[in-house]
Design a protein around this ligand. Structure first.
Ligand code: SF4
Ligand code: SF4
Length: 723
């Protein structure tokens, strides 16, 4: 029985050890994973590797996986023929129920009493253990992590390290109860030896064994299996009957393709060059039998939908979870099912129904980190937004969001409401914040005040000529016309940021026009899964931007520039005219920092050692989508500003669209991670390139009485250039 999402979420937040351990793990994993790929790059060519960079290896594996997805029936037929020719039997399981029944039938026919299982995510996906145990078969997990989880009557919380949520004390207690011997929680070696002795008995006496598959090689009918404990080899060689359970998406055409998967899998999953055991099982020896239960369970539906087909490339490395800031805070059990983290937010809907993912999908802050790390290039963030949109289609938006978007999507109504709010807030406004009582979950941040006068009142419809003199006046932006997009947060809360950005563009020699008809880009409803409203707002923005002649469209609201550049064409894909217009605008749209770095390319100014020290939080999407994560610090240095390096500079700050409103506890934890890193720099100023992050971090820093000030990087750069 799976607890409701709200309860899982509450439980996870109440476990401080979980987030502490996962943070330590994520940091260590990131360093070692990157080092493993760096070594591949450095040593691969000398060793004759056909692909030595992460990008090349990824492209190679994507091509192999896509060749199967282009015609899965053909790959499957080839595998089945080769597998059968070597004495194996394939059983097709269309549903989870089919898979369970097939395995149970095979075991009953052989009078199996003890069933030794290697690690299998598909086994978890179809809830195999419960079914077999209910039928009187003793099932023992032989992967150490899986066994610990089984002893605890829990489910895995991580796809590669199933018991990552357990402390060694908890493991010791479980082992003591199971083996009835004293276990020293500080002696991990002794615990491993004890587990080995227990599990050896199972390997030697089991009537049948089960393994999963990391790849099914169509050419030869071979099952590829990677483990670090060797249990898979014992399970697959000692019992007389071996059952392999796998989804058909594990098919790859050739051994060479399986090798290209190995190159990425171990490095991505455990930062190893190769796992300790890599086995290739082709057919059964005399007197033994091998069966493959080939599971669909929603995979064909994923394949039939072009928006989701790519997800079938997944090799279950869990790298996406290992970079996910939300996963770091809440761990894997919150996701409810075996596929946890970003991949789970997509494929769980296919395997267990849309409702299974309705709660967890709201944890995604759209930072795009998972997309950068995935070794098979799955566009997870876009797919998660698609799943969110399906949830909204099925269940509708919550009333508060419906009302908010009804106002937000109507420029005139929105304007009236914002101006009224700006007046009504006066009694509780104190400087940049509103001093109002907040519910406990929100008290870690101060509420930003609306500006008395929005940016639009002074900027809309105006043209700003370039500055003729100054240290950056002859940058490569000279002679260019930039159409400036205000962005709602800047417009209503922080008009000084828009003014600074425009002045900075002028200081770089650009002519700036501010299109008159602009409103919100539609990102808030898009983030919330309300694609219909987002489409209307996107069209409005395209019309407004098209109304001015410009070489570039730029915004210091990085999230909105990125939405226009990267999301509009997909959002409007089914209306060819609009898609073309979206692509035309999108191809010329850049966030401010990307524009300054790629187009303006201003000269370096002498360092001003007496200027306040600055550290830079690079908006996660600037880092992960635009690839401009280094632009901020680089430009600050070029402006002569002393910069302190910020650890995890491009990791999300927890603002994440509506996630910080829907899940303030999650947002607080992610923000604290960011602020701890900022404090460690000792910088006087925290600069960032996204107004949402800025207000979020400024509010959190205000409550924490931090001494640094939080500013938009445009303001800091402008100060530097004007000195
Ligand atoms: S986009 Fe970021 S928050 Fe969302 S699932 Fe991916 S890594 Fe996690
Ligand atoms: S989606 Fe990509 S990163 Fe995540 S588990 Fe699958 S292959 Fe690994």
């Amino acid at each position: 029985m799976i607890a409701p999402f709200a309860e899982r979420y509450r439980r996870a937040l109440a476990d401080p050890r979980l987030k502490r351990n996962l943070l330590a793990f994520q940091r260590a994993w990131r360093l070692t994973r990157d080092a493993a790929f760096d070594r591949l790059q450095a040593e691969g060519p000398g060793l004759g590797a056909s692909t030595s960079s992460f990008a090349d290896a990824k492209a190679r594996l994507v091509a192999a996986k896509d060749s199967v997805l282009a015609d899965p029936d053909a790959a499957r037929a080839r595998f089945v023929a080769a597998f059968a020719a070597r004495g194996g039997t394939v059983h097709d399981a269309w549903t989870a129920d089919d898979a369970r029944e097939i395995v149970l039938r095979l075991l009953r026919e052989r009078d199996v009493k003890l069933f030794a299982k290697g690690k299998s995510m598909v086994g978890e996906e179809v809830f195999l253990n419960h079914h077999l145990e209910a039928a009187g078969i003793r099932v023992v997990e032989t992967d150490l992590g899986e066994w610990i989880v089984q002893l605890a009557h829990e489910t895995p919380s991580h796809m590669v390290m199933p018991a990552i949520h357990k402390s060694r004390q908890q493991v010791a207690t479980l082992l003591e109860a199971e083996t009835r011997t004293d276990v020293d929680p500080d002696d991990i070696g002794a615990m491993v030896r004890l587990a080995r002795a227990e599990l050896r008995r199972v390997f030697l006496t089991a009537d049948a064994g089960m393994i999963g598959a990391n790849a099914l090689i169509a050419d030869t009918g071979t099952v590829m299996l990677v483990t670090n404990e060797g249990n898979g080899d014992l399970v697959s060689t000692l019992p007389k009957t071996l059952i392999v359970i796998a989804g058909w998406e594990k098919l790859v055409p050739t051994f060479a393709d399986a090798a290209s998967q190995l190159r990425l899998l171990a490095r991505s999953a455990t930062a190893q060059e190769i796992t300790t055991y890599t086995s290739f099982i082709t057919g059964a020896d005399d007197g033994r039998e091998i069966h493959l239960v080939l599971v669909d369970n929603g995979r064909s539906a994923l394949h039939a939908d072009p928006a989701f087909r790519d997800v079938l490339r997944c090799i279950r490395c869990a790298a996406c979870a290992d970079v996910c800031p939300s996963y770091q805070v809440v761990g894997g059990h919150v996701f409810g099912y075996i596929y946890s983290g970003p991949i789970g937010l997509v494929n769980t809907a296919a395997h267990h129904g849309l409702d299974a993912v309705a709660g967890p999908q709201s944890l995604c802050v759209s930072c795009n980190a998972c997309a950068t790390i995935c070794p098979v290039d799955i566009p997870l963030p876009q797919q998660i937004l698609r799943v969110r949109a399906k949830v909204v289609e099925a269940h509708g938006l919550p009333l508060a969001k419906r009302l908010a978007f009804a106002v937000w999507s109507r420029p005139r109504v929105f304007d009236v409401v914002m101006r009224a709010a700006s007046v009504l807030q006066r009694p509780v406004r104190r400087g940049a914040f509103l001093r109002v009582p907040l519910p406990p979950a929100q008290r870690w941040r101060s509420v930003p005040a609306l500006a008395a006068t929005p940016a639009r009142d002074t900027l809309l419809g105006r043209t700003f000529e370039p500055v003729e003199t100054g240290p950056w006046a002859n940058s490569q932006a000279r002679g260019r016309t930039v159409a400036y997009f205000l962005q709602c947060i800047t417009d209503r809360f922080a008009p000084e940021q828009a003014m600074a950005a425009i002045e900075l563009l002028r200081a770089c020699g650009a002519r700036v026009v501010v299109p008159a008809g602009q409103h919100c880009c539609g990102l808030p409803p898009l983030d919330a899964g309300d694609r219909a409203t987002a489409r209307r707002m996107a069209k409005h923005t395209i019309r407004a931007l098209e109304a001015v002649a410009a070489d570039h469209y730029v915004s210091a609201g990085a999230s909105c520039a990125i939405a226009i550049a990267h999301d509009y064409a997909e959002l409007l894909a089914d209306e060819p005219d609009w898609r073309v217009r979206a692509e035309r605008i999108g191809s010329r749209t850049l966030d401010l920092l990307s524009f300054l770095e790629r187009v303006a390319d201003p000269p370096a100014l002498p360092l001003r050692p007496d200027a306040p020290t600055v550290t830079m939080h690079s908006f996660c999407q600037t880092t992960n989508v635009m690839g401009s994560g280094d632009a901020g610090p680089g430009l600050l240095q070029r402006a002569g500003i002393p910069v302190r390096d910020l650890a995890e500079r491009g990791v999300c700050c927890g603002f994440g669209g509506s996630t910080s409103i829907d899940h303030p506890e999650l947002a607080r934890e992610i923000a604290q991670r960011k602020l701890d890193n900022v404090r460690a720099t000792g910088a006087a100023v925290l600069a960032t390139d996204n107004p949402g992050c800025l207000l979020h971090l400024r509010g959190a820093a205000d409550v924490a009485h931090d001494r640094f000030v939080v500013r938009h990087v445009a303001e800091v750069l402008l100060d530097g250039v004007r000195q």
